[in-house]
Ligand binder design. Structure first.
Ligand code: HEC
Length: 169
């Protein structure tokens, strides 16, 4: 091995050793069950389980940190996903969102899942149990879309008549 190559490899190794001292913070923020998405939105059981399996690890405060997050820079990279995920959509603080924001988030959830953007591919490599089948995607998307429109648990009200009808103004 050339001396130069050896020096470079040794320096790289030294860097890898040193960065192991900069471990990520693995404490989860507290969760208030009264603000939790599943508690508040009460999805069908299957939808709730899919969300827990495929989304909650990143988009809530119930994050689990696998062993490889203790290896840097892998842990830094994964933590950046958790941070980004909670900033964009946090199921643990769903109760703090106003109605408009909720509707918008439901729209985005439907979009992301429909297009296969979520759960993130790099996540399902390591968590095959989070992989969604086409059928599961459709179920999620249908429920998100119905919720965006204010349903589906709201009763249909076909017998409420438009009482402006027939009046002259
Ligand atoms: C690996 C962690 C991870 C998992 C698992 C995951 N997401 Fe995400 N999600 C992110 C990150 C990070 C972002 C921020 C945007 C980006 O980087 O693409 C995001 C963004 C989003 C957004 C966009 C919000 C916005 O305001 O733009 C939606 C909606 C979303 N995710 C829904 C879901 C749903 C639904 C699931 C489960 C089916 C899921 N995500 C699973 C990491 C994750």
């Amino acid at each position: 091995m050339k001396k130069r190559t050896k020096t470079i490899l040794l320096s790289l190794l030294a860097v890898l050793v040193v960065i192991q001292f900069f471990q990520i913070d693995k404490t989860n923020p507290e969760s208030d069950p009264a603000k939790d998405f599943i508690t508040l939105e009460n999805p069908p059981q299957e939808v709730g389980e899919l969300l827990k399996n495929a989304c909650y690890d990143c988009h809530s405060h119930s994050t689990e940190y696998p062993w490889y997050t203790s290896i840097q820079p892998v842990g830094w990279w994964i933590r950046s996903h958790y941070r980004g995920a909670r900033q964009h959509l946090n199921y643990a603080t769903w109760g703090d969102y106003d109605a408009k924001k909720k509707a918008h988030k439901f729209e985005e959830m439907a979009e992301e899942v429909k297009e296969g953007e979520m759960p993130m591919i790099s996540y399902t490599w390591m968590h095959p149990e989070a992989q969604l089948t086409d059928e599961q995607r459709q179920k999620l998307v249908a429920w998100f879309a119905a919720k965006e429109k204010g349903g589906p648990e709201l009763p249909d009200s076909p017998d409420i008549q438009d009482d402006h009808e027939g009046h002259d103004h």
